[in-house]
Design a binder for this molecule. Structure first.
Ligand code: S3P
Length: 176
């Protein structure tokens, strides 16, 4: 079975849903941000400050390439991972791409709960920055095979919607 790849902006629930989905499907779970932290021995925010975004993106790319090798894996990606065409190519070739979307105001509330963890949103007007980045990234996120709006759904509800879709597709593939 192909991997299931969760894409989407910060605060859309990729990590929580990814973990729950992997458990449901009995897949392995890989979170690319977590892999970057393990590789560097630093928290993402620290890594951005001490080594810069370009270095973070390099480690993120390595984490993506390693994750897709596995198969039967739920991969939760950092919100900017698919901006790199190489990452997108690898994820698309080896996975079913699921986009989690949320309203900017909902994203802001969620990221504020973990203040200081999102280096890209540390400016004076994080809501405006969220809206700007969402607009800039919209064409990239459009590559998804399936989209769930997670603004007002609980983790279990989002997980159930993705699982239903995956089983549907698997069923179709098995009858070919
Ligand atoms: C980023 C999203 C973050 C993390 C880094 C950069 C982005 O991951 O990879 O801070 O560019 O959108 P989450 O989407 O898991 O918060």
């Amino acid at each position: 079975m192909k991997n299931i790849v969760l894409l989407g902006f910060m605060g859309t629930g990729k990590s929580a849903v990814g973990r729950a989905l992997a458990k449901e499907l009995k897949y392995r779970f890989v979170d690319t941000d977590q892999r970057v932290e393990e590789k560097s021995g630093k928290k993402i925010a620290e890594l951005f400050t001490e080594n810069g975004e370009a270095y973070f993106r390099e480690l993120e790319s390595q984490a993506v390439q390693e994750a897709v090798q596995q198969g039967a894996c739920v991969i939760s990606t950092g919100g900017g991972a698919i901006l790199n065409p190489k990452n997108l190519e690898a994820l698309r070739r080896n996975g079913f791409l699921v986009l989690l979307e949320s309203d900017p105001e909902v994203i802001l509330k969620r990221v504020q709960k973990r203040a200081g963890q999102r280096p890209l949103l540390q400016g004076p007007d994080p809501l405006a920055e969220i809206k700007r980045l969402l607009e800039e990234r919209a064409p990239y996120y459009r590559c998804a095979d399936f989209t769930v709006n997670s603004s007002y759904l609980r983790v279990e509800e989002v997980t159930r919607a993705i699982k239903k879709k995956v089983l549907e597709i698997e069923g179709r593939e098995n009858t070919r």
